[in-house]
Structures are given as structure tokens and as C-alpha cells.
Design a protein around this ligand. Structure first.
Ligand SMILES: Nc1ncnc2c1ncn2[C@@H]1O[C@H](COP(=O)(O)OP(=O)(O)OP(=O)(O)O)[C@@H](O)[C@H]1O
Length: 541
């Protein structure tokens, strides 16, 4: 008796020393199953944990399950056959991988929080396969609830090759209590780690947010296209529907996404941005879904992905048209089922995020060219919003200019500058290929160089532009060297040829547009190496 007790205490001490060292829940469960399975007379050890139902469509106990919401998942197993010594019982995907709550002994223990001890000599009804138990010499089964603060975290089942008396049952109760505490600790550690990772990601995002957005947090403009956008935002924000924002670069697509998030019910949760164009294809999956430690070289610790960081909030997929094709299927799965796995991990995770995607590509064309999945396109394009180019809403330029000037003057502590009418006209005429971002940059540059005097912008002032076509942005007080002057002249001639479709002579020819005699233009063209041959369009070279 004493030696059994001593052995038992030694075994328990060994387990108790090992458990606290493991902060990873799965490794802790594996260690526990492994250590206990090596104890004298133990045939099989199994741990089930309460988790969300995941394989209900193929679970053979699905019919007995009440709600199909949560069930007991087999998460660790250890033991060895006596009949076939090479047979190790550590599979987790067999017949007993899931038990609905209240069903069979595992489900019963989970439901009641009460342990069950069965000696097979007295009762064989608890064993699904009595022959297996007899062949393996199994005489007793003990199923203990893993209780922590009154909550059942799981069930510890021990199949033993000896009858279970009161002392052994009490010993197993003790083991279960320690294991439950170790699981709760490991889960708390994992949660802290995840929160820590999530915070790091959020911080990272906020830092770039502050840098990139420079706190222009409102949509400025009263033009018809802007009013349409604002009413679309108001309409869709509260619905939680996915939104696809399209438009040229710098038109304010991110601003629209932020505004939708700010007006949605998710506003107190984070909005996380993923710049799909900025992530190397090989890192994409881990960026979005996270990875387990050791999943690939350089994966030094578990790391949550952007989906996890955005949980409960909004994920802004910027430049979504750049997403690698094979990853699009994985994104589609999360959108459809709300499920994903971290790279290098089997565990399926659930997430609830709203997706706002943006692109300056024509996604329909990308679908036709088979570069973008059609099913994903329809999932993202639930509610499309198109951000108009600045040249399509020129009437907003003065308001935008005033907004940027005011903000920057405050930020840099500058004197409020004046803007001449001719400069304003130049801004209104310019085509703004870089849209609002370009205007913002122009304002910042002009404020710095004007030093409190009237603002001067680096856009064509009108004299050097041809029929509204933009030549090269020239500052009124820029100084150019000889080569630059020659190049400017060459570009100007090419622009004139472009507008006149290559005609040099006549009333609507390039010479007339440039105010030159045709012979002068012809000799300049020769000097500058501009040749007009059939079917050649030198202005496009
Ligand atoms: N209507 C607007 N009112 C005020 N600021 C604006 C407006 N539209 C754009 N901006 C500003 O212009 C800059 C560019 O906007 P944003 O980054 O949202 O463009 P984008 O379309 O997402 O660009 P990209 O396609 O290059 O990512 C930002 O600083 C933004 O605050």
C-alpha cells in the first residue's frame, strides 16, 4: 500500500513539475497525456476540451447532438496497446474525436461536472467495444471533469489495467484538478500573447495611420460626386455589408473606408489596413492569418494576423487587385465561413470582420483576364462606391486648398498666406493625375517655399499649356539649365503634334498652335530629332 502511495506521489510530483513549464496549451495537453500514459497500469489517457462544433456534417454522433454549437473535442491522447506493442494511441481523429454535451460518458461528465468511475467487472455498458477492453486488459475507466472556478474546461479520461478503488479515484481527481489549473494558466498566457500581438499590430497600424493620414479626417467638398459619395456612405455604414471602393490613386479611397468604419456599429473596434501591394507574396498568408512558431524560417514566435487584429472591427484591404491569385481562395473562405487557420497550425479559428476593399484597377477586367477570382469579386463588390478623379470635380479645388492650407499652417505655426487669382486658375485648369494627394503635396511644398508670401504652385500656369493639355509642371520661378530648356521645347512640340494628330501645316496644325511659322517648326523639329514618318507617333514614344 505504502509503496503504491509513494509511487503515486512521485508520479504526481513529476507531472506537477512539468506542467507549469508549458505555456502553450496544446503542448501542455500533449505533455500531460504522455506523462500520465506512462504511469503503471495506465492503458490510455485522453483529454477532451469544450470547443465550437466544427465537423458536424461528418460527425457520427451529430444526430444525438442537440444544438450543433459546442461539443467536446479530443485534444490529446496517449497510451499503447498491449496486444500489438507497436500500436500507439495518440490519434485525435478517430471515432471519439467529438462528443456532444450530454452524450456518452464524456458528454455526461462535461454536462454534469461530476466524475464517473466504472469497473468493467461490474458494468460494461459504458464501453463501446467490450472486446477491445477485454483484449487490452482494461479493467477500469475514470472520467474526471477538468474544473476551474466552477467551469468545466474539459474531461480527462483514464483507461486503466486495474480495478479502480476509492484511493485511485481520489488520486485521479487530484491529477484532474492540477491539470485544469495548468490549462487555465496556459490559456491565460495564450490570451495575453494574442492580445499583446494584437496590440502591437494595432500600434503599428496607428503609427502609419498618423503618419499617412496627417489627420485630414474628413471628406471635404460639396460637388455633386462628393455628395453622392457621402449619401452612399450614410446608407451602407450601418449595414455591415462589404464595400468595394474604386477610383484612381489619391482620390480618397482610404478616407471613404475610414468614414464608413467611423459611422458603423463597429466604430469602437479597430479598423486595420492591409496594403496588398506592399506585402511580398510569400508572406501574404501569414500577414493575413498569422502563423505558429516555427511555421517557416524566421517565425520565431506565434503571431496573430491582420484578421485577428481586426476581430469585431473592419479590415481595409487596400489595393486588393494586387492580392496573389492562390490566396484569393483563402480570403474567400474567411468571407464565406468566417473561418481560417494560422500558417503552420491545424486549429480552425473563427473571426467576425467587415471587409472594405479598395482598388485602382478595373477588377471586372481583372476577372476577365483570370487574374482575379470572380466569386471573390462578387463577395467584395456587395456595395460599390467609386471615388471620382479630382479633374471630375474641379469645383472642390478651392475648398480642398483652403482645408489643406488651414491644417498645415496650424501644424507648422505659419502665417496665413494669400493665393493669387492666376494661381487659383492654374490649379483649376490642371488635370491632377495624382488627384487630391497631389494637391495636398503641392500645397505643402508651396507653403514651405513661399515663406509667408503669396503661394506659388508647380503646375502649368496656362501660357505653356496647349489646348488644356498639360506639358510638364513648371514653376513660375524655376531655373532651368540649357539641356532642360531644350527638353522642354521638345516636349512642347510633341504635345502640339499630339493635339493636332501629327499635322504641322494649316490652320489647325502644330505650327499654328505654337504660333510659329511652319518652316521654323520644321527646322526646330529637325534640330531636336523629331521625325514624322507614316504611322509613327513620336509623341507616344
Ligand atoms: N475629399 C477629400 N477631402 C479631404 N482630404 C482628402 C479628400 N480626398 C482625399 N483626401 C486626402 O488625400 C490623400 C489621399 O487620399 P487616400 O489615401 O484616401 O487616397 P486613395 O485613393 O486611397 O489612394 P491610393 O489608391 O494611392 O491608396 C489623403 O491625405 C486624404 O486625406
Amino acid at each position: 500500500m505504502e509503496s503504491t502511495l509513494t509511487k503515486g506521489l512521485e508520479a504526481l510530483a513529476d507531472l506537477l513539475l512539468k506542467l507549469p513549464q508549458e505555456h502553450n496549451c496544446q503542448r501542455l495537453l500533449d505533455t500531460a497525456a504522455q506523462v500520465i500514459s506512462e504511469w503503471e497500469d495506465v492503458a490510455l489517457v485522453r483529454v477532451w476540451q469544450l470547443r465550437e462544433g466544427d465537423i458536424c456534417d461528418r460527425c457520427h454522433l451529430a444526430e444525438e447532438c442537440q444544438k450543433h454549437v459546442k461539443c467536446m473535442h479530443l485534444v490529446a491522447s496517449g497510451g499503447r496497446s498491449m496486444v500489438n506493442k507497436s500500436e500507439v494511441w495518440n490519434r485525435l481523429d478517430g471515432r471519439f474525436a467529438r462528443f456532444p454535451i450530454g452524450v456518452r460518458k464524456v458528454g455526461h461528465v462535461a454536462q454534469t461536472g461530476q466524475s464517473v468511475t466504472v469497473n468493467l467487472k461490474e458494468d460494461r455498458t459504458w464501453v463501446v467495444d467490450p472486446k477491445w477492453a477485454i483484449d487490452e486488459g482494461i479493467k477500469g475507466i475514470n472520467a474526471q471533469p477538468l474544473l476551474f472556478r466552477g467551469k468545466v474546461l474539459g474531461v480527462l479520461g483514464i483507461f486503466i489495467r486495474r480495478e479502480i478503488d476509492q484511493n485511485l479515484a481520489r488520486f485521479q481527481r487530484m491529477v484532474a484538478d492540477h491539470l485544469a489549473m495548468a490549462i487555465a494558466n496556459a490559456e491565460a498566457f495564450e490570451q495575453i500573447r494574442e492580445l499583446h500581438g494584437k496590440l502591437e499590430l494595432e500600434n503599428e497600424y496607428l503609427r502609419t495611420e498618423v503618419e499617412e493620414s496627417r489627420s485630414f479626417g474628413e471628406i471635404v467638398g460639396r460637388s455633386e460626386p462628393v455628395q453622392q459619395i457621402v449619401s452612399k456612405i450614410e446608407l451602407v455604414a450601418a449595414t455591415g455589408a462589404n464595400v468595394l471602393v474604386t477610383g484612381e490613386s489619391g482620390t480618397g479611397k482610404e478616407l471613404i473606408a475610414r468614414e464608413i468604419h467611423r459611422r458603423s456599429q463597429r466604430k469602437d473596434q479597430p479598423m486595420i489596413r492591409v496594403n496588398c501591394a506592399g506585402i511580398p507574396a510569400s508572406l501574404f498568408e501569414s500577414e493575413l492569418f498569422g502563423h505558429a512558431k516555427g511555421a517557416f524560417t524566421g517565425a520565431l514566435r506565434d503571431r496573430p494576423g491582420r484578421f485577428e487584429a481586426a476581430a469585431g472591427g473592419t479590415l481595409f484591404l487596400d489595393e486588393v487587385g494586387e492580392m496573389p491569385f492562390d490566396l484569393q481562395a483563402k480570403l474567400l473562405r474567411v468571407l464565406q465561413e468566417g473561418q481560417y487557420e494560422r500558417v503552420g497550425e491545424d486549429r480552425t479559428r473563427h473571426v467576425d470582420v467587415r471587409i472594405i476593399a479598395a482598388t485602382n484597377r478595373n477588377l471586372k477586367e481583372e476577372v476577365q483576364e483570370k487574374r482575379f477570382r470572380e466569386d471573390l469579386y462578387y463577395r467584395l463588390n456587395v456595395f460599390p462606391i467609386e471615388a471620382p478623379a479630382l479633374r471630375e470635380r474641379r469645383e472642390d479645388i478651392p475648398a480642398l486648398l483652403a482645408h489643406f492650407v488651414e491644417h498645415l499652417v496650424k501644424r507648422h505655426g505659419l502665417k496665413m498666406p494669400s493665393v493669387s487669382k492666376s494661381q487659383l486658375q492654374a490649379l483649376a485648369r490642371y488635370d491632377w493625375p495624382g488627384n487630391v494627394r497631389e494637391l495636398q503635396n503641392q500645397v505643402e511644398r508651396a507653403l514651405i517655399t513661399s515663406r509667408g508670401k503669396s503661394l506659388r504652385f508647380e503646375v502649368p500656369t496656362g501660357e505653356s499649356s496647349v489646348g488644356g493639355q498639360v506639358a510638364s509642371p513648371v514653376s513660375e520661378d524655376a531655373v532651368m539649365n540649357e539641356d532642360q530648356m531644350v527638353e522642354l521645347q521638345r516636349r512642347n512640340i510633341l504635345n502640339a503634334l499630339k493635339v493636332t494628330e501629327g499635322r504641322v501645316y494649316g490652320e489647325d496644325g502644330a505650327a499654328s498652335v505654337l504660333g510659329l511659322k511652319p518652316s521654323t517648326l520644321a527646322s526646330r523639329m529637325k534640330k531636336l530629332g523629331i521625325e514624322l514618318r507614316a504611322k509613327q507617333r513620336p509623341w507616344e514614344e
